[in-house]
Design a protein around this ligand. Structure first.
Ligand code: NAD
Ligand code: TYD
Length: 332
């Protein structure tokens, strides 16, 4: 199979590329990535000789057509992925998630690519107090990030309905694991704890997230690519739900720090209280999560402890300015 993976220099896309090359070493893999602040060539260093890397944006029709020519399938990970950044400045979110998805879908149709998978998020359903969202739950996004991701999903459904392309949507819950950019809760707190810096907890910290190891999400996306029914959406929830404050406390334990590093800071505007997904539909395709949070979190902390070469350049670059702007204080 010749597969184009967009956004694969990022956290989950680079995990997915590893999972595919392990499962099907003979697949021909091309990667299209704009290399934003979150896109890093070093995320693909281990597989560099086994993929074709194309630098470019999914909203650029010329680059997309060149990259997609002769492909059997496309998996679209390319996105701006951080809610707080979308609250500060949403333009690029609309461009990538709406225009970018539209360009990819047009090229899929015109070039007759057999299968297209849109990687999406539980955040398109909004917040849920009790129970879990299924694929028939209405879309009710809260942030510019999730609203533009939902718009991308709706474009996928419209292209299936109108042009009959074989596209599917795969919606994951909160991912964690190695190589996640340290703007997100878990890597941010791990690196701050290692440095002896404070851990910023939004509001009361009682918000709940459904944690999914990125390798498990990657296997689910590949299952959907291979066995999913065209036109369908599949929810992929992690096996464990945790309150943020408990996650932060466990990170402090794992790094040998105490709770005095916790600092409650101003809450995120419009902060969704709880996410939860039912994964019954994707489980029927044969997928199940293999990593519980109790195992995945220490593994993730160990990875950051052992891979300073990966995060040190990030912490001394653009991230430092973002951190100061967003948290109003400097990194230690
Ligand atoms: P990430 O921010 O780590 O990586 C995004 C990648 O996309 C980067 O390599 C970036 O350079 C690239 N990119 C951004 N804009 C682009 C554009 N216009 N054209 C080409 N490339 C572009 O994100 P991630 O956490 O790996 O998320 C990947 C996908 O999974 C996203 O679609 C996200 O919405 C979805 N998702 C993420 C999570 C999560 O918890 N992180 C959960 C569910 C779904
Ligand atoms: P995040 O990792 O940004 O993912 P998402 O917004 O997609 O859920 O945040 C996870 C949770 O942690 C969310 O409830 C917001 C909270 N959070 C904090 O409390 N402090 C922080 O500094 C960050 C980045 C997130």
């Amino acid at each position: 199979m010749k597969l184009l993976v967009t956004g694969a220099a990022g956290f989950i896309g680079s995990t997915y590329v590893r999972v595919v090359l392990d499962a099907r070493p003979d697949d021909d893999l091309a990667v299209l990535d704009k290399l934003t602040y979150a896109g890093r060539r070093e995320n693909l260093a281990e597989v560099e000789g086994r993929i074709t890397f194309i630098e470019g944006a999914i909203e650029d029709p010329r680059v997309v057509r060149e990259a997609m020519e002769g492909c059997d399938a496309v998996v679209n990970f390319a996105a701006e992925s951080h809610v707080d950044r979308s609250i500060a400045d949403q333009d690029v979110f609309a461009r990538t998630h709406v225009i970018g998805t539209s360009v990819l879908l047009d090229a899929t149709r015109e070039l007759g690519v057999s299968r297209y998978v849109q990687v999406s998020t539980d955040e398109v359903y909004g917040s849920i107090e009790e129970g879990s969202f299924t694929e028939t739950s209405p879309l009710n996004p809260s942030s510019p990030y999730s609203a533009t991701k939902a718009a991308g999903d709706l474009l996928v459904s419209a292209h299936v309905h109108t042009y009959g392309i074989e596209a599917l949507i795969c919606r994951g819950s909160n991912n964690y694991g190695p190589r996640q950019y340290p703007e997100k809760l878990i890597p941010l707190c791990v690196l701050n704890a290692l440095a002896g810096d404070h851990l910023p907890v939004y509001g009361d910290g009682r918000q709940v997230r459904n944690w999914l190891y990125a390798e498990d999400f990657s296997r689910a996306i590949d299952t959907v690519l291979q066995k999913g029914e065209p036109g369908q959406a599949y929810n992929v929830g992690g096996p464990d739900e945790e309150e943020n404050i408990e996650v932060v406390r466990r990170i402090l334990e794992l790094t040998g720090r105490d709770d005095s590093l916790i600092e409650h800071v101003t809450d995120r505007p419009g902060h969704d209280r709880r996410y939860s997904l039912s994964s019954d539909k994707v489980r029927k395709l044969g997928w199940e999560p293999l990593t519980r949070f109790a195992d995945g979190l220490p593994r993730t902390v160990d990875w950051y402890r052992d891979n300073e070469w990966w995060w040190e350049p990030i912490r001394s670059g653009e991230y430092r300015e973002y951190y100061e702007r967003h948290y109003g204080r400097s990194l230690r």
